[in-house]
Design a binder for this molecule. Structure first.
Ligand code: GCU
Length: 612
């Protein structure tokens, strides 16, 4: 135990000395969707590079120039000159792909491509006249190498979080050539590792924008409601005139105050409880138009104000107990060939099934940070959110560099989403087998969340154990991570994996800590939509529906149950699932098929939520 404690201390020091300031991305451009920007979505050319010849030559030497896709050249024009030089790529005459969207859905030959692909698009920027320009990438899975007009401007690791690169100096008048290498390869030191239960979806999966700002601009602003009803927050300027600036903060028609930035261009905001504040809730998702303005710049956002806390075994939203009626969801749009292109209509189609059809108030956005589009829609529609980074099953727990990646991904997520009232839970892991290194890793992640965002709750989707006590079958939660969590959560598949009979589920006993809320973060069973079997064979809709009925009866008997997010809203792609009749590369635990066909179990859950 002593060894564990000093090891946790060591990791906490590592985590805390990589505190919020150290992990804050250098540029955030919060609220960039409201800023003056050019959306670079559309047709990009691409060039496969499975052997990474554009990055390195054999033996790790610098890549041969004839392979460097990012070069600022017109290959056709070069070839027209004749001579001895030649190229083994041409980004102008290459095939095209619609961006954003994963390459797996773009071409049959790319369906299972796992490696490096170079993308390029040309664009004209306007003359800056003293302004600054940035490229903001909402996500690229998994590593990104970005070049503008032949110069490397930055790199990023992580498939689900945004990054911002300044291009003020690299931009030129007229046509610019943006080249981006995206390498989808995962390994034992990535987060996640290659071992997951979802499809790869490599490439530029979310929008890319060219954002213009004044020389000194408001890079980030954050507001939240305190338990006493006051409002607190921060604002951070970036640029030569960041220090000593007056910042006017308007919150709808509720408040209009002014703060002055310090020598580092930052300021904290505190507001007494505004009269007439409408708190955000799933029933009344009140959002306020917020503006932060200096003499030269304005940052806008739409923010809801609510409080979230735990008291004993209850989750309190705005001081009132709430039961989280939810479901888990991957970032994958409806349709037979999804590209993980989460447009607003695609996200609305998914979230409406939860809100309107299932009568839900909550969604577990598993197993990685979802698109900002989805988060903003959850704010607008009134769905509480569980957010997580893909520390999933196993990662290299003893590797400080891997921990640093996890803490960085947490920071990128929290800085991106902390203005979203919908987000109430930061989860630090999913189904990670208990070991000392794993618990140290998660403890450091929990400490990191507390340092970055003390206003929200911490959870993790844990594994359960089954014990026999007095001849009874008891499900037990025993995990050293419990002490770091505000809300307990477990994934349980009794009745699907294993040989339990569905009829035995309702009577199954649970032994859980009485002092904390419990969420059933996953339970589920596969069913192929349209496959019916009166004898309820597995993979039939009837089996899945009976599984739900009996699991819901069992769940209702857990005294500390505060919510659930059954696995999963809709069937999703997974190369782990290859039964040639029932699966064909789809995980069929959806309550809906991939094309949106409702299965019988959908109505079982909808009815349960309607009456709970
Ligand atoms: C696990 C895991 C999910 C997976 C599910 C399943 O609980 O968290 O990502 O898809 O089980 O087996 O279908």
């Amino acid at each position: 135990m002593r060894k564990l404690l000093c090891a946790i201390c060591a990791l906490l020091c590592l985590a805390l000395n990589a505190g919020a300031a150290d992990l804050r991305p250098p540029l955030l451009l919060t609220g960039s969707i409201y800023r003056d920007s050019q959306d670079l979505s559309g047709a990009w050319t691409y060039s496969k590079d499975l052997y990474r010849t554009g990055l390195t030559d054999i033996n790790g030497w610098v890549a041969k120039s004839r392979m460097q896709r990012y070069r600022d050249i017109d290959v056709t024009a070069e070839e027209a000159k004749g001579g001895v030089g030649f190229y083994e790529f041409d980004m102008d005459r290459g095939p095209q792909m619609n961006i954003p969207g994963a390459w797996n859905a773009a071409q049959p030959e790319l369906r299972y491509y796992d490696g490096l692909i170079w993308f390029q698009r040309k664009f004209s920027a306007r003359p800056l006249r003293g302004q600054r320009a940035f490229l903001r990438f909402e996500a690229a899975n998994y590593r990104a190498y970005v070049y503008l007009n032949g110069k490397e401007i930055g790199r990023h690791e992580g498939g689900f979080t945004p990054f911002v690169l300044e291009v003020t100096e690299a931009l030129r008048g007229g046509e610019n050539r943006l080249t981006m290498g995206v390498d989808s390869t995962h390994d034992a030191q990535t987060i996640p590792t290659p071992i997951t239960d979802w499809d790869l979806y490599g490439g530029i999966t979310r929008p890319v924008r060219l954002v213009y700002t004044p020389a000194t601009f408001i890079d980030d602003a954050y507001l939240h409601l305190n338990p006493d009803g006051s409002i607190a927050g921060t604002v951070q300027l970036n640029g030569p005139q960041a220090a000593g600036q007056q910042v006017s903060v308007k919150i709808g028609d509720l408040a209009d105050i002014s703060v002055k930035t310090d020598a580092q261009g930052g300021a904290t905001i505190t507001l007494p409880p505004p009269r007439g504040l409408q708190r955000w809730s799933p029933e009344h998702p009140a959002l306020y138009d917020i503006s932060f303005s200096t003499a030269g710049d304005t940052l806008r956002d739409r923010i809801g104000f609510r409080t979230i806390a735990v008291k004993g075994s209850r989750i309190l939203l705005n001081g009132q107990p709430i039961f989280l009626r939810g479901v888990s969801m991957h970032e994958e749009e409806f349709g037979p060939n999804p590209a993980r292109n989460m447009t607003e209509p695609a996200a609305r189609a998914l979230l409406s099934e939860i809100k309107q059809q299932l009568h839900g108030n909550y969604v577990r956005l598993s197993h990685y940070p979802h698109s900002e589009t989805t988060l903003r829609l959850a704010d607008e529609m009134g769905l509480l959110v569980w957010s997580e980074i893909p520390v999933y099953w196993t990662v290299d727990w003893d590797n400080p560099a891997v921990l640093r990646k996890a803490l960085t991904m947490q920071a990128e997520t929290i800085y991106r989403d902390r203005n979203r009232a919908a987000v109430i839970l930061w989860s630090v892991g999913n189904e990670t087998p208990v070991s000392e290194p794993r618990t140290r890793f998660h403890a450091a992640m929990a400490a990191n969340v507390r340092a970055l965002d003390p206003t929200r709750l911490i959870s993790a989707a844990l594994l359960v154990e089954r014990h026999k006590a007095n001849g009874e079958d008891v499900t037990v939660i025993k995990d050293p991570l419990l002490e770091h969590l505000d809300v307990l959560a477990v994934n349980t598949y009794t009745g699907w994996y294993g040989d339990d009979k569905l009829a035995d589920l309702p009577a199954m006993k649970w032994q859980v800590p009485a002092d904390r809320p419990l969420i059933l973060s996953e339970f589920g069973a596969d069913a192929l939509a349209g496959y019916h079997d009166a004898s309820m064979k597995k993979f039939s809709e009837e089996y899945q529906a009976e599984y739900y009925r009996n699991t819901l009866t069992m769940a209702s008997r857990i005294p500390t149950l505060a919510g659930m997010s059954p696995w999963v809203l809709k069937d999703f792609r997974s190369p782990r699932r290859e039964h040639p009749v029932f699966q064909n590369g789809w995980n069929r635990k959806g309550l809906l098929s991939e094309t949106g066909a409702r299965k019988q179990a959908f109505d079982v859950l909808a009815d349960f939520y309607l009456h709970h």
